[in-house]
Design a protein around this ligand. Structure first.
Ligand SMILES: NC(=O)C1=CN([C@@H]2O[C@H](COP(=O)(O)OP(=O)(O)OC[C@H]3O[C@@H](n4cnc5c(N)ncnc54)[C@H](O)[C@@H]3O)[C@@H](O)[C@H]2O)[C@@H](O)CC1
Ligand SMILES: Nc1ncnc2c1ncn2[C@@H]1O[C@H](COP(=O)(O)OP(=O)(O)O)[C@@H](O)[C@H]1O
Length: 320
């Protein structure tokens, strides 16, 4: 009988899953991560994602955006390292394939999609990247739209032992052909099993489903987060924590192939993903207490990720 665990994610579990930080660690030990996104009109999404990753403990965060928005994005980046990518009509163009691939291949994890925009060329470009890179990937927002008709690429990555995490809200889940009729948990699990990916179905009580049939149901968050940009912060947080997981495996076993995710590895990645969802909601709850659900912004949430992590760390010292 397959596993079907509907576990409410608690602070105690968060404390257990929060990755330990080596006191002697350097930035390379805490994950190099890459974000690809942005377009004219969507300049905030990639920056919010980048700060979601940076505030979650990433050692190095790279951000690739189309050349026309590069000066705006760079003006919002201090710790994050932005670079301009070839563009056409305000969006990343197909000529960006090699620079994106090269950057991804040098990283522990990549995020594709925040503010990317939509076009046939972008769908082809994203599909080619999914086929070519072995780096673990988080796909969000317009990245999901880009691959909606090429979902077999997810199964192919899974067959090669490559990790892919998808983060749709219910609207995005529907156009990925997800069927919500059986209920959110069952729907997320069906999709994760069919495509061999980790599926984060966002909303109140976000569900993180794993292909092995287990899933986590989140317990944090509030309606002050129902504002454009909150999801972008979450994509970055998942990326940041995933990068740390991959980097820790890389340093623990010198000969580990970062591309291969065993069953145990996927289970760990699922735990880290659910942890990111929990911390994202907790940061939102802290922002809500201070600012209220009307006025709090996704950038306020991103600024409170450190407070959320500290609250979980306090629980670590109480229980372990
Ligand atoms: N500051 C920024 O630069 C922002 C950029 N954003 C970017 O805008 C692009 C479009 O993203 P959107 O999510 O707005 O795409 P859409 O608004 O096109 O959403 C896709 C579909 O889902 C429906 N939908 C939206 N949210 C839903 C929910 N929570 N539950 C059920 N159905 C829902 C919509 O009605 C639509 O049919 C993305 O690339 C995203 O990253 C947004 O995140 C907003 C902020
Ligand atoms: N009412 C709510 N309660 C708890 N969390 C919410 C609520 N509304 C939205 N969220 C969270 O906020 C985020 C919204 O992401 P998303 O729908 O992708 O929007 P966007 O990409 O525009 O930021 C998700 O993580 C979701 O779980």
């Amino acid at each position: 009988m397959e596993k079907q665990i509907f576990r409410n994610f608690t602070k105690k579990l968060a404390a257990k899953l929060l990755p330990a930080r080596d006191p002697d660690g350097h930035k390379g030990d805490f994950g190099r991560v890459s974000i690809t996104g942005g377009s004219v009109g969507f300049t905030g999404a990639p920056v919010l994602a980048a700060y979601g990753a940076a505030r979650s403990g990433s050692g190095l965060v790279f951000l690739g955006v189309p050349e026309p928005i590069y000066p705006i994005v760079a003006g919002h980046c201090l710790e994050v390292m932005p670079s301009p990518l070839p563009a056409a009509r305000g969006k990343i163009s197909k000529d960006a394939f090699f620079p994106i691939l090269e950057r991804l291949n040098g990283c522990d994890a990549g995020l594709l999609g925040p503010g990317l925009g939509r076009s046939q060329d972008l769908s082809k470009l994203m599909s080619k990247i999914l086929e070519e890179t072995e780096t673990p990937l988080v796909i969000d927002a317009d990245g999901l739209y880009a691959i909606k008709d090429r979902r077999e690429l997810l199964q192919k990555r899974a067959e090669r032992g490559l990790l892919t995490i998808l983060t749709p809200h219910e609207g995005e889940f529907r156009y990925l052909s997800g069927d919500l009729a059986p209920g959110r948990e069952a729907a997320a699990l069906d999709f994760a099993k069919e495509y061999g990916c980790i599926l984060v179905l966002k909303g109140p009580e976000t569900v993180t489903a794993l292909p092995d049939g287990s899933c986590y149901v989140n317990t944090t968050g509030n309606n002050g987060m129902a504002k454009g940009g909150s999801g972008d912060v979450l994509g970055g947080m998942i990326l940041g924590l995933l990068g740390q997981l991959v980097a820790s495996k890389r340093s623990a076993e010198a000969d580990t192939d970062k591309a291969q995710f065993s069953k145990a590895g996927i289970s760990e990645a699922g735990g880290i993903t659910a942890l990111a969802v929990y911390l994202h909601g907790l940061a939102g709850d802290i922002a809500c207490k201070e600012l209220g659900e009307y006025g709090m912004l996704p950038s306020d949430l991103a600024a409170r990720i450190p407070a959320a992590i500290l609250e979980v760390q306090k629980n670590q010292s109480q229980h372990f």
